[in-house]
Design a protein around this ligand. Structure first.
Ligand SMILES: Cc1cc2nc3c(=O)[nH]c(=O)nc-3n(C[C@H](O)[C@H](O)[C@H](O)COP(=O)(O)OP(=O)(O)OC[C@H]3O[C@@H](n4cnc5c(N)ncnc54)[C@H](O)[C@@H]3O)c2cc1C
Ligand code: SF4
Length: 509
């Protein structure tokens, strides 16, 4: 059952086997798996519930309603990075692009070697991925629906002989509305709100929306439940109505920014001092190509194709078409130059490159004067700066091979490449982090990492915290490193795995 704030008339007190905080890629699968096993499950989700009837293809309105900070969350550091995240039923999956990739093979070996996670085996992950791919109708994007931008970029990549192809997506009968990041109006994208959450509800799980968990009840280092408060969806302010859920197991699944923020505010589960540290964001740079023919953006699937030739070097190129309203605010132009650029939008192709961050530094803090707002510090450093430049050079080369007249980049001093000579100049240049004037990120990870050593990690391989018994964390924060690709499928796989350990605990307890 999905409960909206208008259905709640006064304070609520409940008891359940499991209470889950957050309904995204980490929270919803746990709720469903445990509800199907007959466990009583209550989920508290701070965001509101929207359905396909609400998804009206209006990007700015969607961002106001379904994103934190209307999609304008910014990291503090150099360069400052736009870091959007969902705040709605289904979490960020409701507004994500639907790419559903398995993590790269060598990453799990890294987790074994450096984080002692030998219990998570390749075979087990393979089974979990297969199960999810079947359940979420994962299949490669259809080139007929993908749209001109993706087809043109792949044409350029093939001319250069680069490994490339169509991305697997959790979308069933996708019609190419180009609106995945603002809610899928056709219901094709199998985000949590149309997959795990309805199935969990059918098995009796209760989802309280516009309900912010405020503290975890702990007694003798054992989690006992959660207290929270209903919030007004437009202002985020408390409505004055509270909720208390007594539970045998508490699952924190607020995402890699809000889960550590929650724990830091309460001073919980942090004997290692690792909560909020080790933040990776998988930063992305964008290129925009001016073609001599219509590209019709944002028609098609915004993120349907990729170039994975450089994945072992930590660079993944993936389509990232955005609608004109969003494109307009990312430009380094103003006045007449801005207007002239936007007039050419119908002939433009947009593509993004993501960098697996290995040298950069990031941390989430709960600063006393920042109110209910995490401070996200991130600085792009060392080889990651170089990879961002390289990703830009490769994308520009691909665009020129596909017939681009000009390529716009996010690197100061090289914002407009009009010839191969300009491209060569960028290819031979050295840049600093501060030369990247527009960077964004979508995959935040690592801030409550799993590991085998309680001094260096926050949770065990089962997802249970080292410090507080029966408190589990299940979201992007437990991934000890980036999976090298978009993370949602890996987060869901680990959540499904953790549900098994919680079930065992309930059986034995
Ligand atoms: C625009 C965009 C596109 C993306 N595209 C892709 C893609 O194509 N493929 C992919 O693999 N990944 C993609 N991602 C990333 C992916 O969606 C996330 O990594 C994933 O959803 C994270 O899962 P999570 O459970 O950690 O957090 P979320 O899915 O963000 O869920 C956390 C939930 O917890 C709630 N919450 C937080 N604190 C509280 C509290 N105190 N009380 C109650 N509720 C709370 C939040 O409101 C939120 O709904 C994209 C991200 C963005 C922003
Ligand atoms: S492209 Fe359109 S139909 Fe396809 S998943 Fe995205 S929003 Fe839904």
């Amino acid at each position: 059952m999905i409960i909206r704030p208008e259905d709640v008339k006064g304070d609520i007190t409940k008891s359940a086997d499991v209470v889950v905080i957050g309904s995204g890629a980490g929270g919803a699968p746990i709720a469903k798996e445990l509800a199907v096993e007959g466990r009583s499950v209550v989920v508290l989700e701070e965001g509101a519930h929207y359905t396909r009837d609400d998804f009206k293809l209006n990007p700015l309105e969607s961002m106001m309603r379904m994103y934190r900070d209307a999609g304008q969350t910014i990291t503090l550091g150099v360069p400052s990075v736009v870091a959007p995240m969902g705040n709605t039923l289904g979490g960020t999956t409701t507004i994500n692009s639907g790419t559903a990739l398995r993590m790269l093979g060598p990453i799990l070996k890294k987790w074994h070697m450096f984080h002692g996670l030998h219990d998570i085996t390749e075979d087990e992950m393979g089974l979990l991925y297969s199960h999810l791919e079947e359940y979420l109708f994962v299949k490669k994007a259809d080139p007929e629906v993908a749209g001109p931008v993706a087809n043109t970029f792949l044409e350029g990549a093939r001319k250069l002989g680069l490994s490339s192809g169509w991305l697997p997506r959790n979308a069933k009968e996708c019609e190419g509305y180009g609106s995945c990041a603002f809610g899928c109006p056709s219901g094709a994208k199998q985000s949590m709100d149309v997959s795990f959450i309805p199935d969990a509800s059918k098995s009796g799980a209760e989802f309280y929306t516009c309900c912010r968990a405020e503290s975890i009840k702990v007694s003798n280092d054992v989690a006992k439940g959660v207290t929270g408060r209903f919030v007004d969806p437009s202002s985020g302010r408390s409505t004055g109505i509270g909720i208390t859920v007594e539970a045998k197991v508490v699952v924190l699944a607020g995402g890699a920014i809000y889960s550590p923020f929650f724990l830091l505010r309460q001073g919980l589960a942090n004997s290692s001092g690792q909560v909020g540290r080790n933040l990776e964001i998988h930063p992305a740079v964008q290129t925009v190509a001016l073609m001599d023919r219509p590209m019709d953006p944002p028609k098609g699937i915004p993120q349907s194709s990729h170039v994975d030739e450089f994945k072992d070097e930590g660079i993944m190129l993936e389509g990232g078409t955005v609608p004109p309203e969003v494109h307009a605010v990312t430009l380094p132009f103003y006045g007449k130059a801005h207007a002239a650029h936007m007039k050419q939008y119908p002939n433009m192709g947009i593509f993004g490159g993501m960098v697996s961050d290995i040298d950069s530094w990031g941390r989430v803090l709960a600063l006393p004067r920042a109110g209910y707002s995490p401070s996200i510090f991130y600085s792009l450093k060392g080889r990651d700066v170089e990879k961002a430049r390289l990703a830009t050079v490769i994308m520009a080369e691909i665009w020129f091979a596909a017939g681009a007249k000009k390529v716009f980049t996010a690197i100061t001093g090289h914002t407009e490449l009009g010839s191969t000579a300009d491209l060569r100049r960028l290819a031979q240049s050295r840049i600093r982090a501060r030369d990247i004037y527009a960077m964004s990120a979508y995959h935040y990870l690592g801030t409550c990492r799993m590991g085998s050593d309680p001094e260096w990690s926050v949770v065990k391989h089962t997802g249970e915290t080292w410090d507080v018994e029966n408190l589990f964390i299940s979201d992007a924060s437990i991934l000890p490193t980036s999976p090298g690709v978009n993370p949602q499928l890996t987060i869901m796989a680990l959540a499904t795995r953790n549900a098994g350990f919680i079930d065992d605990k309930l059986n034995n307890g």
